[in-house]
Structure formats: C-alpha cells, structure tokens
Design a protein around this ligand. Structure first.
Ligand code: AMP
Length: 116
C-alpha cells in the first residue's frame, strides 16, 4: 500500500480525508467528491490494482471481494432496494483518471435506460 502514489492510496493511508460509506478487511468505499448521481460512491480494494486490464488471475480473490462488496456498499448508502449502477472505467475512451481499480456505484435516483 505504501508504494501506491494515487489519490486513493493516499485515502487508504489516511493522508487525505474521505467520507467513508463502508469498510471491511479488503475494501473501502467513500463518497465521490464530484458526484454524477444523487448517490455516488467509489469502492476500492485495499490492495493496489492499477486498471482492470492489468488485473491478473492471482488477483481473482480481490476482484471477487470487490464485486461482492458492491451490494453491501449499496445497502450502507441506502440504495440497495431502489437499485444502483456499477461502472468501471478502463482505457482512453472511458476517461478513467485514477490508476487504482475502483467501482463507481451510482443511485439514489432513476438512472434511465441508457448506460452512460
Ligand atoms: P475515474 O475517472 O473512473 O478514475 O474516477 C475517479 C473518481 O474519483 C472521480 O469520479 C472523482 O470525482 C473521484 N475522486 C477523485 N479524488 C477524490 C477524493 N479525494 N475523494 C473522493 N473521490 C475522489
């Protein structure tokens, strides 16, 4: 974790604050500072994976933990029943900015039928 220079690494190390929504041994979820929906939470693994494309079979467990945490985060954010959308940005067309794998969990409103 100490060699993770990204903003999310800094959040994990407590070097910059976040508004925590959910945490367990393997993941941390916090409110996005620039929300794209009424509820917008960022969910990250505590171990550093840069981008989805760089994930390896050895990181399968972490990837599974991340996905399994999503409904727990939604519940903690009060949007499990109403529903939510999960997004991962990967690669130039996605405009992903932070090279620490993360799920965007969006909800709290009708998100429409189009994905983006
Ligand atoms: P992406 O563009 O997929 O890499 O998403 C990065 C997300 O992190 C953006 O939605 C940002 O608004 C969010 N973000 C950046 N810095 C912070 C921060 N300090 N606390 C919470 N969210 C952040």
């Amino acid at each position: 974790m100490s060699d993770n220079p990204t903003i999310f690494g800094k959040i994990l190390r407590g070097e910059i604050p976040c508004t925590k929504v959910y945490e367990d041994d393997t993941v941390l979820a916090f409110k996005d500072i620039n929300p794209h929906a009424k509820v917008h939470v960022v969910l990250i693994p505590k171990t550093h994976i840069t981008w989805l494309r760089n994930a390896t079979p050895a990181q399968q467990q972490t990837l599974g933990q991340l996905l399994l945490a999503a409904p727990k985060v939604a519940e903690a954010a009060g949007i499990l029943k109403s529903g939510y959308r999960v997004i991962i940005n990967d690669g130039p067309d996605s405009h992903g900015e932070v090279p620490h794998l993360h799920l965007h969990i969006l909800g709290g409103q009708d998100l429409g039928t189009k994905i983006a």
